[in-house]
Design a protein around this ligand. Sequence first.
Ligand SMILES: CC(C)(COP(=O)(O)OP(=O)(O)OC[C@H]1O[C@@H](n2cnc3c(N)ncnc32)[C@H](O)[C@@H]1OP(=O)(O)O)[C@@H](O)C(=O)NCCC(=O)NCCS
Length: 303
Amino acid sequence: MKIISYRELKNKNDLLPIMCLAFGWPFTYQEFGEIARIDPRLKDSPIGFCALEDDKVVGFAGVVDLTTKILDGRIENAGGVWGVAVLPSHARKGIFTALMKTAHEYFSDNGYRFSFLTTSQSMIAYNFYRKLGYEDAIEFPSSYKFVEKKPSRKREKENELDLEKIAKLYDDFTTDKTGIVVRDENYLKILYKREKIKPEMILLDKNGYAIFKNEGKLLRIKEIVATSIEETKKLIRSLEHKAKHLVFDTIVLDGKTLKSYESLKYNIHKRSYGLIMVKKLTNNVTFKEVYGENFYMTSLDWF
Ligand SMILES: CC(C)(COP(=O)(O)OP(=O)(O)OC[C@H]1O[C@@H](n2cnc3c(N)ncnc32)[C@H](O)[C@@H]1OP(=O)(O)O)[C@@H](O)C(=O)NCCC(=O)NCCS
């Protein structure tokens, strides 16, 4: 078995079988390449490592360079692992272990102190990550509510994508938070492009905004940011009028937002299957010492 970086891979289409089998992702390298060229998390990274056997890709581990904020307010880069998979025909031969080792070497060479990944406790990979030294960092509380109202047919005035205002509201909201909270307008544009966010998927108010996706009967909240509980509740109520059946927010890492959901009688799960795991790449610090208790990200920051 040979390991090469995604950038060295001659035929990028070779990644399709793994991505399709493991994640149901119909990987198109042209579309992915367009995002990878501009996404700051990918544009200077090897993008991932591929395990080759007989010149075919049999395993993959994606890597991103995350920009995070730490407890003392400084910006610190960290590693992020994504899209890890090995073809079932090549499982249990140590390919995952070798790919993860290569990813960690890349992060260590860059001087990163931590490697992060998002996974689920219900996946077999969870225990393999633990074996490699990953620990649970943050579990994702989630909230949902069934709405019985008919969605409003009222045409609302279309928002301009006021990225400057959105970026300002987000900055104020995350002042006392650490984690994946470093953004600028340009990065926002890239996030929206990647997530295919259109202006009609954003509710923007004077003191807050919500980004959502209507997925059939489900309205999924991607991000909700507001200066007060009252404002958050106002945004949530407006979203309920847009939902056909269910409003769902899968990552609620802000205490005030969680309280807002609670007071609107949402079903809250303080623990769900999804979580962030972290591995220390150096021995002299812990995750809590560096990031404290307010590590934050939203569904938009998923990697
Ligand atoms: C998770 C996955 C990448 C593991 O790949 P792999 O190449 O088979 O893993 P390895 O051979 O390196 O084995 C890693 C460890 O898990 C153990 N292991 C692997 N497959 C196992 C299985 N099916 N049951 C029990 N243990 C298993 C190995 O024995 C090894 O432990 P050891 O080091 O103590 O011997 C692979 O199962 C996969 O692609 N799963 C689907 C995609 C996925 O869930 N990705 C993770 C998304 S977060």
